[in-house]
Design a protein around this ligand. Structure first.
Ligand SMILES: NC(=O)c1ccc[n+]([C@@H]2O[C@H](COP(=O)([O-])OP(=O)(O)OC[C@H]3O[C@@H](n4cnc5c(N)ncnc54)[C@H](OP(=O)(O)O)[C@@H]3O)[C@@H](O)[C@H]2O)c1
Length: 337
């Protein structure tokens, strides 16, 4: 099978290569082999290639990026219940390392069949971004149970794919959210996608005041931020005493600036990661999360545009594309385009 691999951490354009690997061995008990048809590229995929996660590189081995995708079940272990999963079914999977290959062997509990009316191009965007969004909403409620009721939750980088799920899932729960994006153009694009979402561009010098106003001139209770960097120093003062900053990404190359006044004001600063979903979340909650992700995709397919689709062999162009600013949709890597 074709696969994208790397054998040292570094710049994606220097270390990633297309190769041919043996197909996975037949699935054992509790396992399933999926022929992957599409994967969504995520900023986190490139961070992993750059060695930003504490992921060990196997000694004289290699890694395959990607951990999620959509595909067709090719084979299942002999103990797998055929009424729940059988060859030929369309499925999404997450988290299963090695998704940038034509086939993935994974555990049956990480694979979910998808309904016929959910197109591959939408289904492929459901995981893991919906998972981190639902985890963030649970963390917000744990930190400040009334968050989003009177005072809206602030989503930074609100044009991102994760923030799209956050907005949809918050609205399903009757929670208020407001968004911040880094450009005027991004604000316009987001307002077209979510006409009811108050959006502020941080390119404007008075953006903190605009956000205070959008929050009804009340201090914020929860901010969800995947940018970090120096901006943290501007976001924390928007929080009221005892408020929470949930950090789930580090897109800024700058070091984090955390104002010390936040200590006296008992601001909670918490990292949230979908890599803890398997350990931290019950099997029942995980099933509910995946079911809600599918519901969001079915209910609002127009929110999940695709900006470009590349064949697996064109991975280098796809990787360059994901790093462009102002994208309006997902970048997909497909097999057999
Ligand atoms: N913790 C976890 O488990 C987890 C899981 C999934 C994703 N994430 C993180 O969530 C974040 C979003 O992922 P995604 O897949 O939703 O991304 P995405 O769809 O590729 O969107 C990235 C967004 O971030 C904005 N952005 C990029 N750099 C920025 C900066 N320096 N300042 C402000 N905005 C910036 C972009 O704005 P423009 O539109 O202006 O270009 C774009 O709207 C990433 O940091 C990712 O690592 C974390």
């Amino acid at each position: 099978m074709k696969a994208i691999v790397f054998n040292r951490f570094g710049a994606p354009d220097e270390v990633l290569e297309l190769t041919t690997l043996p197909d996975p061995t037949p699935p054992g008990p509790g396992e399933v082999v999926v022929r992957v048809t599409k994967r969504q590229l995520h900023p986190g995929n490139l961070m992993m290639v750059r060695g930003k996660f504490n992921f060990p590189m196997p000694a004289d081995g290699f890694l395959i990026p990607g951990a999620d995708g959509v595909g067709i079940v090719e084979a299942v272990g002999e103990d797998v219940d055929a009424s729940s999963l059988k060859p030929g079914m369309r499925v999404i999977f997450n988290p299963s390392p090695g998704a940038w290959a034509e086939r993935v062997k994974t555990r049956v509990e990480l694979v979910t069949p998808i309904p016929d009316d959910l197109p591959d191009a939408v289904a492929v965007q459901m995981l893991p971004n919906a998972v981190i969004a639902l985890m963030l909403l649970r963390e917000a409620q744990r930190a400040v149970p009334e968050a989003g009721r009177e005072t809206p939750i602030l989503l930074n980088a609100a044009g991102s794919s994760v923030a799209r799920f956050l907005t949809l899932a918050a609205h399903r729960r009757g929670l208020k959210v407001i968004g911040a994006v880094r450009s005027e153009n991004g604000a316009k694009m987001l307002s077209r996608r979510f006409p009811d979402l108050p959006v502020v561009s941080t390119a404007e010098s008075d953006w903190p005041d605009q956000l205070r106003q959008a929050a009804g001139s009340r201090p914020l209770q929860v901010i969800m931020d995947p940018v970090a960097g120096a901006m943290i120093g501007d976001l924390v003062p928007l929080l009221g005493d005892g408020g929470a900053l949930l950090l789930y990404g580090v897109m800024s190359p700058e070091p984090i600036t955390f104002p010390l006044s936040a200590l006296a004001r008992e601001i909670m600063f918490k990292g949230v990661s979908s890599s803890r979903w398997m350990q931290q979340t019950s099997a029942e909650q995980r099933r509910d999360d995946v079911a809600e992700a599918i519901e969001m995709g079915r209910g609002s397919p127009e929110k999940f545009e695709v900006e470009a689709e590349y064949d697996l062999a064109q991975f280098a162009d796809a990787v360059k594309h994901i790093e462009r600013a102002n994208r309006h949709g997902a970048i997909l890597l497909s097999s057999d385009l």
